[in-house]
Design a protein around this ligand. Sequence first.
Ligand code: AP5
Ligand code: MG
Length: 216
Amino acid sequence: MKILLMGPPGAGKGSQSEKLVKDYELTNISTGEMFREAYRNNSPLGIEAMRYINKGELVSDEITNEIVRKRLLRSDAERCFLLDGYPRTVAQAEALDKMLEKMQSKLNAVINIVVDKQAILERMVGRRVCKSCGSTYHLSFKPPRVDGVCDSCGGELYQREDDQLDSVKNRLEIYETKTKPIIDYYSKRGILRNVDGMQSFDAVYKDIKQALGEVI
Ligand code: AP5
Ligand code: MG
């Protein structure tokens, strides 16, 4: 099963993928997470990428395609994976098609989480992420049991630099101009399903599972 989870920043892609990868035994491939991990490891790629990420800009297609290409070649991505946050431009979608073609493979389903702008702002401003395991929380909608501490691993929670209002606004604008055209790209293939993201975590998850059942 090869799935792409898309939607605007803050739509809930990361939150839903945490459950999906466990239930369907998928390899999670999140470009945002890969860049943040590279930064934590002090790699030149991570440091270069973070210059764009903190401002809410996209990392170049060249760099992004290359890290995904390498990631897809690893054995755990051979059969089942979930892509979160990639592709984000039409050029990336075309590059992904070429990579998958080479692997004699293709995407089975594209799930697009639809959320309105006001909710996105609220979700991003209140988001907290675990420094160690990357689990996602929200101060109001999904608070950790102990303030500032991850329920899963006890790690410290922090606020992402790109969740500051200026970056958020930039990310939303870029989503509209660069990422939204991909919806059309995949809907023409009949594998895209829209899911209402303006519901509880569990209700969104239930709808995603139902949508996957329709296309796979
Ligand atoms: P990335 O990490 O992918 O960020 P994003 O797409 O902006 O998405 P987010 O992670 O902000 O949101 P999400 O949809 O995962 O929502 P979440 O589940 O956390 O990318 C970061 C940056 O890296 C990009 O801006 C770019 O610079 C770079 N990058 C990455 N990929 C790239 C690419 N392909 N090309 C170029 N550059 C790239 O939820 C958000 C909050 O809402 C949480 O607090 C959560 O608890 C809460 N929440 C979620 N669902 C619900 C719900 N149903 N009800 C109430 N609260 C909810
Ligand atoms: Mg995310």
